[in-house]
Write a protein that binds this ligand. Structure first.
Ligand code: ATP
Length: 545
């Protein structure tokens, strides 16, 4: 048996053993994760837990990653053939022991997106769902089984092929439950439940604009991924048509040039004065005690809801936490949502000027010049949303909010349809005027839903700015809906002094045929908006090249 001096002698003779004696086990491990072809790494000190692993993934790939991926798989062999799923601390311990036995200090993990849910229900197409969507093609609508996996309302898929929708993977051509309406609208921006209409769309391109001339970069948050080969950036017009929500949502680690951080949901805050009341709840100032900043908070009563509605509240809460990552100067920033026993609280950027609706109620119709400025800014917000496959779905003056310097942003994005379903509150409440008058004819007829519905609503909003009310403002909502669906042209009377360019612009927005109606990008270069200073990201020379 070797005594101590023997042992030392052996150690001195063998440097490898010396190292082992000084550092029996490496205290820091390098963890590499692969997701969607992107490899990101971090270091963790031992001992670490399964929970630390999850935190690592969130830090590397973003807050919402965990809900969209399957079990973490540890790659144990060089060709990745041997994979161990890790779902808890016990699994992790096993893997660590195995890795250490192999003498490796690196851990490689593979993360894969969850598989789509199997279809649990197939219902008849003629059902009207709570989002107001329906289809008339006599086929079936496929609904996923739990609403939580339906993508956010207002999102539309960039893909043509019909598949089922999963969280953050927006790829469905039909209509989903719970307000999630997805229309493929690939490059041609059209979808009909019946026939395709690419040709008609092409022929309807406006004379003053062609999409290929327009830099789409300007309005979207740049996602300068360090891994160019991943192809997940959205900063080029060519890639934008393949962009899905995953690619669009910018994570802290993936942005090298422009670090992006979702705003924090306040945890310690005080309720301030009431700002207003909508159909679904009251809006207050919210003072964030930790940051000293003021936000707006919308409080919606959810007392006494049944389990189905409770589920919808949960979905909305999740969605708002996704919307937090929408970041554009023409979009009111969401700061998250929290649910208490009897209240859903939505935190938003505080817009001190209130809504354009209030501005009109206080001071009357807007001038041609101001209408022009607001129209351009609304379009900038719409270009951003539409380029990223979101439909606002509720464009009207009440949802256009003003900042301190008189510029505007689109508010209430994506929440209104869900709130209708949650609160069962479809009727206008005191101080609010509902949404019926701004609704596009194809939505009322129920055969098409897409980005251009926002363009129709924009047309109604411009009429509202110039005349204080939308087309058919004297009609009750139900009568207005009937007229929108059946009349050839919307009914409104503009003041005499409104320019012919403004009239032409409104006419274009209110083109009844969805396929002939221009897109936001088409419209942004319309001469009506010409003498407005171009948005600083958006160069006229680029646009007109
Ligand atoms: N982010 C915000 N910042 C400042 N004020 C806001 C904000 N959001 C809403 N408000 C104020 O609260 C009022 C009510 O807003 P809310 O979104 O609840 O209803 P609405 O948009 O007027 O109507 P609807 O309920 O039909 O959407 C607005 O008119 C506006 O004055």
């Amino acid at each position: 048996m070797a005594n101590q001096s023997d042992s030392l002698a052996i150690t001195e003779a063998n440097p490898q053993l010396t190292i082992q004696r000084k550092k029996p086990q490496e205290q820091r491990k390098t963890l590499k994760f692969e997701l969607d072809g992107q490899v990101r790494a971090c270091c963790l000190s031992k001992p670490f837990t399964y929970c630390d692993l999850l935190k690592c993934i969130e830090n590397l790939f973003g807050n919402h990653t965990l809900s969209s991926i399957g079990p973490i798989q540890c790659l144990l062999s060089r060709n990745d053939a041997l994979r161990l799923p890790i779902t808890n601390d016990k699994d992790l311990k096993k893997v660590l022991t195995t890795i250490e036995k192999n003498g490796s200090n690196k851990l490689n993990f593979l993360l894969t997106r969850k598989k789509p849910h199997t279809i649990s229900r197939v219902i008849s197409i003629n059902n009207y769902d709570d989002s107001g969507s329906m289809s008339d093609d006599g086929q079936t609508i496929e609904l996923d089984d739990i609403g939580l996996d339906s993508p956010p309302p207002g999102t539309i898929t960039p893909q043509k092929s019909p598949t089922i929708t999963t969280t953050n993977t927006i790829s469905q051509t039909k209509i989903s439950k719970d307000g999630g309406l997805f229309i493929p609208e690939p490059n041609d921006d059209t979808y009909s439940s019946g026939s395709s209409s690419v040709a008609s769309r092409d022929s309807s391109r406006s004379k003053y604009n062609s999409r290929r001339h327009l830099p789409t970069t300007s309005f979207v948050r740049l996602r300068a991924s360090s891994d160019a080969s991943s192809g997940s950036g959205i900063n080029s017009s060519s890639s934008s048509s393949q962009t899905n929500l995953n690619e669009f949502l910018c994570t802290p680690c993936s942005c090298s040039s422009r670090q992006h951080k979702s705003p924090q949901t306040p945890t310690n805050w005080k309720l301030g004065r009431q700002l207003g009341q909508g159909a679904f709840g009251k809006v207050f100032v919210c003072y964030d005690v930790d940051t000293g900043s003021e936000l707006a908070i919308k409080q919606i009563s959810i007392r006494g809801l049944n389990s189905e509605t409770t589920q919808k509240v949960k979905i909305l809460e999740c969605e708002i936490n996704i919307y937090k990552q929408l970041d554009h100067e023409r979009i009111v920033r969401y700061h998250g949502a929290l649910q208490t026993d009897d209240c859903l609280q939505i935190f938003m950027e505080f817009m001190v000027g209130g809504s354009v609706r209030e501005q009109i109620l206080n001071y009357g119709a807007l001038t041609d010049q101001l209408t022009k400025k607001y129209t351009r800014q609304i379009l900038e917000g719409l270009v951003y949303l539409h380029e990223n496959y979101f439909v606002h779905r509720d464009i009207k003056c009440a949802n256009i909010l003003r900042d301190i310097s008189g510029n505007i942003k689109l508010g209430d994005f994506g929440t209104s349809r869900r709130l209708i379903a949650i609160t069962n509150q479809n009727q206008p409440n005191s101080g609010t005027i509902g949404t019926a008058h701004w609704t596009a004819p194809e939505i009322i007829r129920g055969n098409i839903f897409g980005r251009k519905a926002d363009i129709w609503s924009l047309g109604c909003t411009i009429v509202e700015m110039l005349t204080t009310g939308p087309p058919w403002q004297n009609l009750q909502p139900i009568a207005a809906i009937f007229h929108i669906a059946t009349s050839e042209k919307p009914e409104y009377k503009l003041p005499e002094n409104v320019s012919s360019l403004a009239r032409e612009f409104i006419d274009l927005c209110l083109t009844k045929d969805y396929h002939q109606r221009p897109t936001a990008l088409d419209l942004i270069c319309h001469p009506f908006l010409d003498n407005i200073r171009f948005h600083h990201h958006y160069h006229r020379s680029d646009a007109l090249q």
